[in-house]
Every structure is written in structure tokens, then in C-alpha cells.
Design a binder for this molecule. Structure first.
Ligand SMILES: Cc1cc2nc3c(=O)[nH]c(=O)nc-3n(C[C@H](O)[C@H](O)[C@H](O)COP(=O)(O)OP(=O)(O)OC[C@H]3O[C@@H](n4cnc5c(N)ncnc54)[C@H](O)[C@@H]3O)c2cc1C
Length: 415
């Protein structure tokens, strides 16, 4: 595929932009592949990419029932951070964050990674204690975070009201190399690279059945016909339980809506990401000037990818207390995605009861930040038929053995 560079842009400028190829090919399904990945979200695409890049496995198809990046990958609020509490989480999220740093160069696609800093506010004594503990854990595993005082919070975010009536700001956990990236670009850049490496991307192809014999996977039924493969990986986020059901096993996952909204575009007013976990809201500003706002999950299981008025009211009411300056902004859009949430708020990267069938899910409300690390670890598991050191702690066995990776504190407003 043609390299994106200053020279190719200049050349195309003289050529009336007629020479650009499609970013990725639309493939017809073949009868058989070495590996089938179900779900063309960030995690599925990254898994396919690292299968090709790290192991030279390219006879791979990615099957997507809708459009590429149309699931949670294209619906999230793009926060990237790695300030988690447990060793195994820090391992995979920090791997991902560091891969994000060079992803634009690696993919030859500008994913607009912006390490603008992520600030997690402490607005209760309990939260202050919890974040100090997280800071110590981060230090132990060499993740660059530090506690900041209320005055330092005010310096980092001048628009904040640190003397709020109910929840004054008592401090914050600051990760200077956390930030954001353009979520669509992550999906598109990975898709373009996968396509150029010979991987088939097949959209409008819903998996409707799972074929196995003698306890081993043999292929999938899809809306575009049966496809054979000896290795299959489900990477379908909110629909993981649906796919597991087709394969005949159950997952410890709840699917819940998670909503977000953006304001009308305004001049730059905040140059980092702020998460206010006590009141359940978070805020950043996009390059277009919109304030990107999100909150907690809806309180019920559901598969409808929609927003609701009550949720917007709740989230904005919470934020206005700490950011009174946003109170008169108009809302531009709202939307929802379906998050796949586990009991310990940690993901699942695992083999399944069916040989050759693997699963990557449970990223819940916070998997965008993990995309490259997760793809890296899942590709390794598929190649070796065993999880490597990054993925091993996240196996399904942990729920049977009581080896939970409790991230309910560091998961924050859960992003
Ligand atoms: C509103 C919102 C805000 C968020 N904010 C953040 C954030 O700030 N930071 C962060 O780190 N994370 C955030 N997240 C979470 C993050 O978006 C997800 O964890 C991540 O995108 C999951 O990626 P994925 O590739 O696993 O799933 P998805 O992107 O959902 O992809 C799964 C794909 O599988 C496809 N699929 C489903 N069933 C089938 C089938 N039967 N056959 C074929 N294909 C199928 C779907 O169509 C979908 O495209 C947020 C999520 C939401 C909804």
C-alpha cells in the first residue's frame, strides 16, 4: 500500500487527489483460514495485526457483523492511562500505553495520540487514601504517576472549582503521559495495516453458529456462509455472552449500556483529561473544541446502543458542581455503547472449554486504552495455544479459583 508521507501528499495535491487507494480492501470470505477473529473493533483488529507483525500469521480473516469500528471502539471517550492498582493490570495497560506512543509511526497512520495528562480527582478522604495506594503501586511497577495537592490541581486545571459545596477537591492522582487518541483513527489505521499485510476484513458478516467436533473448534456459520478454521477468537465486547452461548459455555459477564455526550464546540478551556470519580463524571476537550463528557454505566442489563435524557442529566449535574463554568453549554450529541463488565472489573483473555477457541472480552468501560497491549497478548495466546505472561493472569480460571484481579478502585468512573 502507498506510504502516507509528506511527499505522497504533495504528489497527490498535484494529481487532484486521484491516486489514493481505499484504506482497506473489502474481501469476500474464503472457505477456510488459519485463524478467524470475530469482531472488527480495536481489540480484534489489533489481535490480527500482531498475529501478522509478531508471528507472520496472515491467513487470517476478521469477521464483523456491522461496520468496522462501529462498536465500542467508535463510541468511547478515548481516555488512555495505565495507573491501575494490581500488578497484572499495570503490566497490560502500561504495555498498551507505551505502544500507543509510537503507534502512528508503526501504522503509518496518524492516530492523534495526545499525551496531555490524566488527572483523577480525590473528593473524599476515602478516595484520597485509595489513590495514594494506587500511586505507591504505580511507583512499584515504574508507572509515572504522582499525587498532587488541591493547589496543584488548580494549576493544572484552572477552570476547576476546588472548593465545591459537597465535594471539595482534596488532591488528585496525575499521570502526565496519559491522554487521548482519535478512536476511529486507531480502528482505521489498524485496518489499513492489516489489509496491507494480507489479512481479510469482512464486514456485514455476522457469526450465527459455532462448529466443533471432539471438543475442538472446526469453523463458524456466518450470514455469508460457513467458514472453516482450526483457531477462532471471539473479540465482541458487549456481545461476548451471546457468542459464548452459541459455543455452549457461559461467561461471568454483564452487558450494560455506557453513555457519553459532547457539548457544542468552544475555544480551548481544558488541556488534560479530568476524572471526578466520586461524583461520577469526566471531562476532556476534543481537537474540534467539543467537551467530551461521560459518566458511569446504566444500572441495568441491555443491548440497546442508545443514550437517554436521565443519564445526561445525572452526569452533567455531577460535573457542574466541580466545573460551574460549563453549566451554560449546549449539548451537541449523545450516544451509548454496550460494555462487557466482569465482577472484578478486569478483562478476560483466555482459552475456552473448546479447543482452539479463544476469547478476549470483559474490558467493560475501559478497554480503548488497552487495545495495542491486548492485541499483542491475544496474538501470543493464539500462536502458542497458551497465554503468555501478559495475558495469563486474565484467564477464565480466575473466577473458579478465586484469583480475582480487583480493579474496582482504579477502574474509577470505570474508564
Ligand atoms: C460511551 C463509552 C465510553 C468509553 N470510554 C472509554 C475511555 O475513555 N477509555 C477507554 O479505555 N475505554 C472506554 N470505553 C470502553 C471501550 O470503548 C471498549 O472497552 C473497547 O472499545 C472495546 O473494544 P472491542 O474491540 O473489544 O469491542 P467493539 O469495539 O465493541 O467491537 C466488537 C465488534 O464485534 C462485533 N460483533 C458483535 N457480535 C458479532 C457477531 N455475532 N458477528 C460478527 N461481529 C460481531 C460488533 O459489531 C463490534 O464491531 C468506553 C465505552 C463506551 C461505550
Amino acid at each position: 500500500m502507498k506510504k502516507y508521507s509528506v511527499f505522497s501528499i504533495a504528489k497527490e495535491a498535484f494529481n487532484g487527489d486521484q491516486g489514493w487507494e481505499k484504506a482497506w480492501k473489502k474481501n469476500e470470505p474464503k472457505a477456510e483460514y488459519d485463524v478467524l477473529i470475530v469482531g472488527a473493533g480495536g481489540h480484534g483488529l489489533a489481535t490480527a495485526y500482531y498475529l501478522a507483525k509478531n508471528y507472520n500469521i496472515t491467513n487470517v480473516a476478521i469477521l464483523e457483523k456491522g461496520w468496522l469500528g462501529g462498536g465500542n471502539t467508535g463510541r468511547n471517550t478515548t481516555i488512555i492511562r495505565s495507573n491501575y492498582l494490581q500488578e497484572s493490570s499495570i503490566g497490560i495497560y502500561e504495555k498498551a500505553r507505551s505502544l500507543y506512543e509510537s503507534m502512528s509511526q508503526d501504522l503509518n497512520f496518524n492516530i492523534m495520540f495526545s499525551p496531555r495528562g490524566v488527572l483523577m480527582l480525590c473528593q473524599t478522604e476515602h478516595e484520597l487514601r485509595a489513590m495514594k495506594r494506587t500511586e505507591q503501586a504505580n511507583r512499584l511497577y515504574k508507572v509515572d504517576t504522582k499525587m498532587v495537592t488541591p493547589d496543584e490541581v488548580k494549576e493544572i486545571v484552572p477552570i476547576i472549582n476546588i472548593n465545591g459545596p459537597r465535594f471539595p477537591v482534596l488532591g488528585g492522582l496525575w499521570q502526565p503521559r496519559g491522554g487521548t487518541a482519535r478512536h476511529d483513527a486507531v480502528a482505521w489505521g489498524l485496518a489499513r495495516k492489516c489489509s496491507s499485510l494480507g489479512i481479510d476484513i469482512i464486514e456485514q458478516c455476522e457469526v450465527t453458529g459455532v462448529k466443533s467436533s471432539q471438543g475442538k473448534i472446526s469453523g463458524l456459520d456466518t450470514s455469508r456462509g460457513p467458514i472453516k478454521a482450526k483457531k477462532v477468537c471471539f473479540v465482541v465486547a458487549g456481545h461476548s455472552s451471546v457468542l459464548a452461548n452459541l459455543a455452549g459455555f457461559r461467561l461471568p459477564i454483564e452487558s450494560v449500556p455506557l453513555q457519553a455526550l459532547v457539548s457544542e464546540p468552544i475555544k480551548p478551556m481544558i488541556d488534560c483529561v479530568v476524572m471526578a470519580n466520586t461524583v461520577h463524571g469526566y471531562l476532556s476537550q476534543s481537537d474540534k473544541g467539543e467537551l467530551v463528557i461521560g459518566g458511569g454505566t446504566d444500572g441495568y442489563n441491555c443491548y440497546s446502543q442508545r443514550g437517554s435524557f436521565s443519564h445526561v442529566e445525572e452526569t452533567v449535574r455531577a460535573l457542574v458542581e466541580t466545573f460551574p463554568v460549563i453549566s451554560r453549554l449546549k449539548q451537541l450529541r449523545q450516544w451509548g455503547g454496550i460494555a462487557d463488565v466482569t465482577g472484578d472489573r478486569s478483562p478476560i483473555i483466555s482459552k475456552t472449554p473448546i479447543g482452539g477457541l479463544y476469547i478476549n472480552c470483559g474490558w467493560g468501560t475501559g478497554g480503548f486504552k488497552a487495545i495495542p497491549g491486548s492485541g499483542w497478548a491475544t496474538a501470543e495466546m493464539i500462536k502458542e495455544d497458551n497465554p503468555g505472561s501478559l495475558a495469563a493472569p486474565f484467564s477464565l480460571d480466575r473466577f473458579v479459583e478465586g484469583r480475582l484481579i480487583d480493579e474496582s478502585v482504579a477502574a474509577a468512573v470505570a474508564h
